[in-house]
Ligand binder design. Structure first.
Ligand code: FE2
Length: 263
């Protein structure tokens, strides 16, 4: 089972560049090219939020057109740039999103369960999961406790040591208390910080995937302001084998020369 993950595609209505200069549409095309070139091909695509930069129906339409080329199921969660109702309308026909309320859901992905959490607080950059939705997570994990699970949400609920922590998911400790009670959670996947980060959290592995486009500068010194860099974007692959469990691979987007071949 090969699960591909991308995040923070930040598409604009009409395919316009984000922030006037970042061609997020072309970057998504390149990410899809990379995924399409893999052998074996991914079975499913996860998207950890900020699919859109401007929350428009047009931006979601472009996203769907581009990823349709892969011909595999796509599962999304909203980020702070997404508009919940436009996102729901764009993806409702795929059958996994609830028809009202937050975009929390459970989906079966082969032998694994995906539990997706909507951390979007419209108009805010940070994320939240209210107590009653933590209860929902607990019952979802309980229901699916006999299968390996992946939890996906946009705002990282854990610390990374960077200034970005100020705009993560505010209820991280309470969320950790729920996740810690279940030993079938293989990994917690987040986006939002536009950098690749890995850590142990809540008794499991936790991870932030790079954006398909622009990355936030590494800031462990908490310098004033923030800087965006065009560092190489990556896709993430979650490779599941029943015998050995889950392994996570980051793969840079683009074609790279093979400079040596052994035998
Ligand atoms: Fe975000």
């Amino acid at each position: 089972m090969l699960i591909a993950e991308i995040t923070d595609t930040h598409l604009m209505d009409g395919g316009l560049p984000a922030y006037g200069s970042i061609d997020t549409r072309a970057f998504l095309e390149a990410a899809v090219d990379k995924l399409a070139s893999l052998s074996p091909r991914p079975d499913v695509l996860l998207v950890a939020g900020d699919v859109s930069e401007d929350g428009t129906a047009g931006s979601y339409r472009i996203f769907r057109e581009i990823v349709a080329r892969l011909g595999i199921p796509v599962f999304v969660v909203p980020g702070n740039h997404d508009a919940r109702e436009n996102m729901r309308s764009a993806f409702l026909a795929d059958g996994y999103l609830p028809s009202e309320g937050h975009l929390d859901y459970i989906a079966e992905i082969g032998p694994l369960t995906l539990i997706a959490l909507d951390t979007l607080v419209e108009g805010e950059v940070h994320g939240e999961i209210a107590p009653e939705r933590r209860d929902w997570l607990e019952s979802a994990l309980h229901e699916t406790r006999n299968r390996p699970a992946i939890v996906m949400l946009h705002h990282p609920p854990f610390a990374t040591g960077t200034k970005m922590d100020e705009i993560g998911c505010r209820d991280g400790d309470a969320l950790a208390a729920v996740i810690r009670r279940f030993d079938n959670v293989e990994i917690v996947l987040a986006g939002h910080f536009h950098r690749s980060v890995h850590r142990r959290w809540a008794g499991t592995a936790a991870n932030i995937c790079s954006s398909t486009a622009h990355q936030m500068g590494l800031d462990l010194a908490h310098a004033p302001g923030f800087k965006v860099f065009m560092e190489p974007p990556q896709v993430q692959l979650l490779h599941w084998r029943p015998e050995t469990g889950l392994a996570v691979h980051q793969v840079p987007i683009g074609d790279y020369e093979c400079v040596h071949e052994g035998r």
